[in-house]
Design a protein around this ligand. Structure first.
Ligand SMILES: [Zn+2]
Length: 257
């Protein structure tokens, strides 16, 4: 969600500076804000629909990870690494001794290699979130293949390994990605819990509440490590994690496919 959300930050500031601009000028940020909200709504229902289409897709942890009913879940963070957000997340996860999986963007690994290595050094796992956060719906087939391949290649160069999991930007699967993932033995991972942590207007409390109320045994929660989420998400986790651990929840990195 990175590019769109960065745009949102700019739009929001413009509106504030002009004291709530009227007319056509404010219609553009409003339309963009609505598009983001609709995209988030879609993100709640789309993974389940996609799992009917692609039965080997993960929207929850595979059954062998935990006996039915055990309070085991996985936290995942998309779009990083980032200059400020990654460190904050690592600090909170270390404080509560919770492992997680980070779906990294190739171009951000190139910008912030130290932060990318810090994720692995802290014992977390990393997956491929493609190279530039391209929206693959409507993109040419060759561009999609290049995005996912390059995302993995950059991880191999900088981190010394090609990750076994991939997650297309916005969760937008295409036939090309499904085919590519089977040929290259990459597990596609979406989610069943999607707190709105990269929507500008979301209070941290909403992210926390959603984690406390929506997690189910074997859930995979999709959170973010981007410019918009960088303060909200660590704050929400710092409050939610001790409550979840007290309630018997245990967190794991994604298992090998
Ligand atoms: Zn993303």
């Amino acid at each position: 969600m990175r590019d769109a959300e960065r745009g949102a930050t700019v739009d929001h500031r413009l509106e504030l500076n002009s004291g709530g601009a009227a007319g056509a000028e404010s219609a553009i940020p409003q339309a963009a804000a609505w598009r983001r909200v609709l995209r988030h709504r879609l993100s709640h229902v789309w993974p389940r629909a996609a799992s009917w289409w692609v039965p080997d897709l993960w929207i929850q942890l595979p059954r062998h990870v935990a006996p039915a009913g055990d309070r085991v879940a996985a936290l995942t963070f998309d779009d990083g690494p980032t200059a400020a957000g990654t460190g904050r997340l690592l600090e909170v996860l270390a404080r509560w001794n919770v492992p997680a999986t980070f779906f990294l963007l190739g171009e951000n690994i190139v910008r912030f290699p130290k932060e990318a290595r810090a994720i692995l050094d802290a014992g977390h796992a990393v997956g491929n979130h493609f190279r530039t956060h391209l929206d693959c719906w409507g993109a040419p087939r060759r561009a999609v293949v290049r995005e996912v391949t390059e995302g993995g290649r950059i991880q191999e160069q900088v981190l010394g390994r090609i990750p076994p999991w991939c997650r297309p930007p916005y969760g937008r699967l295409t036939h090309t990605i499904v085919k590519w993932s089977r040929v290259h033995r990459q597990q596609i991972v979406l989610w069943d819990v999607f707190p709105p942590d990269s929507l500008e207007q979301t209070p941290p409390r909403t992210v926390e509440d959603m984690l406390l109320t929506r997690l189910r045994p074997r859930s995979i929660a999709c959170l973010h490590d981007n410019e918009v989420s960088q303060e909200r998400t660590p704050a929400a986790l710092n409050s939610a994690l001790p409550k979840l651990i007290d309630a018997g929840w245990r967190f794991v990195t994604l298992p090998p496919p």
